[in-house]
Design a protein around this ligand. Structure first.
Ligand SMILES: [Mn+2]
Length: 287
């Protein structure tokens, strides 16, 4: 296997705005190869000069960036309101450009609709068609920059449009671009799929990104996700993308509230716990 293992900075962060450079050296020191951030966060809290310094620090540390973004209610590519839909397309193009400028190669997350948005008023198909029509335009912009997009499939409590691997695959096929793939996440698959390994096999060569964490958002190795089944499946499909830890473990802070963390999920030193989880992942995935 030949996958790079990373982590989303929210594992450590108590709020969105942090000393971003400190996380770069911290991740590299622990032996991680990829670091995840929201593009919007970096655009909001860093100046252009600071973003350039951040990009240099990431390169110098030998890390790669795994960037995420999403639509918002006021810029939503599933909307039947043409003004809002157009704003969504421009928002995504801006974030693709920013991800590219930061040195990232991939942009994933809720790029197909709104994370934790309001419940839909119409049938799913209506929003799906709007989203696919918009994504066809968005992905052309990504193709021209050589960027790869990944649509994340999440559980029913966080989104209605893509909740299963099968739906993620259908979406990607409807858009029909080699630069658009599916992002699967063990936390969400644990809720929605009949069989996690089979879900990964269903997506097959269209899997562009894999988020790993336990059923309760703890670090891999501490819960009941069937890791050998996950590893067997990604081996079978010859998956070469990132294995990105997306654990959130700290309650009583703004970041924890955003991700519905209502109790502390890690008793040990956070860095020591990551080291242990990394060891577990390397052994399980043989990377
Ligand atoms: Mn995820």
């Amino acid at each position: 296997m030949n996958n790079k293992i990373g982590i989303q900075y929210g594992y450590w962060a108590r709020e969105r705005n942090v000393d971003f450079l400190a996380y770069v050296s911290r991740a590299a020191k622990l032996g991680l190869e990829v670091l995840g951030f929201g593009v919007g966060t970096l655009l909001t809290y860093l100046t252009v000069d600071q973003r350039n310094a951040f990009k240099t620090a990431v390169l110098d540390a030998g890390l790669e960036l795994n960037l995420q973004t999403g639509c918002r209610i006021d810029c939503d590519i599933t909307s039947g309101n043409e003004e809002i839909r157009r704003k969504g397309i421009e928002h995504l193009k801006q974030h693709i450009q920013a991800a590219h400028d930061l040195g990232g190669k991939v942009l994933g997350g809720m790029i197909h609709s709104v994370w934790c948005g309001p419940k839909p008023e119409k049938e799913r198909r209506y929003y799906l068609d709007n989203s696919v029509k918009s994504m066809k335009e968005v992905v052309k912009f990504a193709e021209d920059l050589g960027m790869f997009l990944n649509v994340e499939v999440v559980n029913r409590f966080e989104n209605f449009l893509l909740t299963t691997a099968q739906q993620g695959l259908e979406y990607v096929k409807m858009v029909g671009s080699p630069n658009l793939k599916v992002e699967l996440d063990t936390f969400h698959m644990n809720i929605e799929e009949d069989h996690i390994g089979q879900a990964i096999l269903t997506v097959g060569e269209n899997l562009g990104s894999l988020h790993v964490c336990e059923n309760n958002r703890k670090l891999p190795g501490k819960g009941h996700i069937p890791w050998n089944e996950v590893a067997d499946a990604i081996r079978q499909i010859n998956y070469r993308g990132y294995i990105a830890i997306e654990s959130f473990v700290t309650a009583d802070c703004p970041y924890g509230r955003e991700y519905f963390i209502w109790r502390d999920l890690e008793d040990n030193d956070l860095d020591a716990a990551v080291k242990e989880s990394l060891k577990f992942l390397r052994a399980t995935f043989e990377v």
